[in-house]
Design a protein around this ligand. Sequence first.
Ligand code: TRP
Length: 451
Amino acid sequence: MRAHWGTRLGFILAAAGSAIGLGNIWKFPYITGENGGGLFVLIYLGCVAVVGLPIMIAEILIGRAAQSSPVSAYKRLSGEDSPWQALGWLGVVCAFVILSYYSVVAGWSLNYIILSLVDTTHGKTPDQIGGIFDTLYKSGSANLLWHFVFLSLTVGIVYGGVQRGIEKACRVLMPMLFVMVGALVVYCLIETPSGFAKAFGFILEPDREKLTPRGVLEALGHSFFTLSLGMGAMLTYGSYMSKEDDITRSSLWIVGLDTLISMLACFMIFPFVLGHGQVPAQGPGLVFKTLPIIFSTLPAGLLVSLVFFVLLALAALTSAISLLEVSTSYFIDEHEWERPKAVLVTGVITLVLGVPSALAGGGGMLPEWEAMFGMNFFDTFDYLASNWLLTFGGFATAIYAGWFLPDRLRREEFASGSRFGKLYPVWLWTLRVSPVAILVVLLYKVGLLKV
Ligand code: TRP
């Protein structure tokens, strides 16, 4: 019999754990910074509500209806030789690709946990502190080591199975994460009230000037990434859900928690940044360079730093678990492997696939690659996955669920266990319209649409 979640809360925490990740804490604050705050946040919220939520419901619904992981799910719902199974394949490929470099970034946060324990910033100038990251980035052996450690933790949890591994871990880790985010926001409020006030202004006041049409597209793209949509992760988690559970209600919780953490992440990062005379639009270095510089000047800075990087590692871990579960459940469902074998094999494949990303900063690694794509392996993977595969996957999922899933099944599944059954037409129409918004993003990305 297929494994199921032990409790509804367990499912919500696991799915929220998948959604809440580096995207919320590392990426959202810096793209908000780059796009001038305010209005960008508003548009992002709109995208989450109008495009993200309906597709989240759709993905979970497909999984629950089929009670199987992506590839088998499309086969079960639309026939053994249905072309839609390609969408399942895309999900499995995506899971390998994303996890391989996600684990490298997550590894950096493990490295910073250790650095917070042994105080390496004492007496250093800001430039030297920023330089710590450059050294780490260039060190192949350090990256490989942390990549290995992080992936082993992920494998260890997924090895335990749905209830005793994933659910149990998320029930402990997610509350820890919420407490740490709360603690850091309160700390910011007390430590730099002026920075907090500035952050409020920055995040809540719409600044028309800074927002470009490009920013709007970025908001839409990010809403996919942050909700883990478009690659079968929510589908897989949904497949462990029972018919008595309320899909719409759970989706509201997952989307709500994800959004809350993204907003709180801004309120724990911008007060530091703005209150200490730094600029918010720092790009990817915001978390690994700017923050350590600020932490080094704070009272109890090492403790703050420790809490922050543990938080980052936890957020990454609960997302990594769901990525590994997608590829693992593929082997379990399609090839009837036992879980231990499936987890170990997918773990080793991901480990190997991540090696070029781990060595990306080392220079000289695959120079032909860099020459051909104009970016290193790591950036290529990130770009490919978050810009293309997920957007396309979300587009196709919305079309499948909106137009090709048999209506009776879709209606029954939507209403099963749900008190929101009456909203079926609203959901369906939003779902049917959402691909238009995604298409605009895709056309813009291939250059057929100029803004
Ligand atoms: N949502 C994750 C984050 O915000 C990243 C992510 C994208 C992801 N797709 C995923 C995580 C699929 C797990 C599964 O960081």
